[in-house]
Design a protein around this ligand. Structure first.
Ligand SMILES: [Zn+2]
Length: 87
């Protein structure tokens, strides 16, 4: 019985590393995401994979040629107009 609990804890700790690594690659806190992954592995994994997806799905309009461009694009792929990042 004790062995089963130890195995569950070890598996959860190891499983939590996956979303933690993914989140770290995207500039998030490794430790915070590891804890999140240990307790809510499936949720944390999907969440970690979806970081940054919002920027890909969101678009803005180029101020120069009026074409739709990805939200995180540094410049317009059509006319080369450079967007200024105010953040
Ligand atoms: Zn443009």
């Amino acid at each position: 019985m004790t062995n089963t609990i130890i195995i569950i804890v070890v598996v959860a700790a190891l499983a939590g590393l996956l979303p933690a690594f993914i989140a770290q690659l995207k500039g998030k806190s490794f430790v915070r995401w590891w804890v999140y992954g240990v307790f809510l592995f499936p949720v944390a994994l999907v969440h970690a994979l979806s970081i940054g997806m919002g920027a890909i799905l969101q678009t803005k309009r180029c101020g120069y040629c009026r074409s739709m461009v990805r939200m995180d694009a540094p410049h317009c792929p059509r006319c080369g107009y450079e967007f200024i990042d105010w953040s």
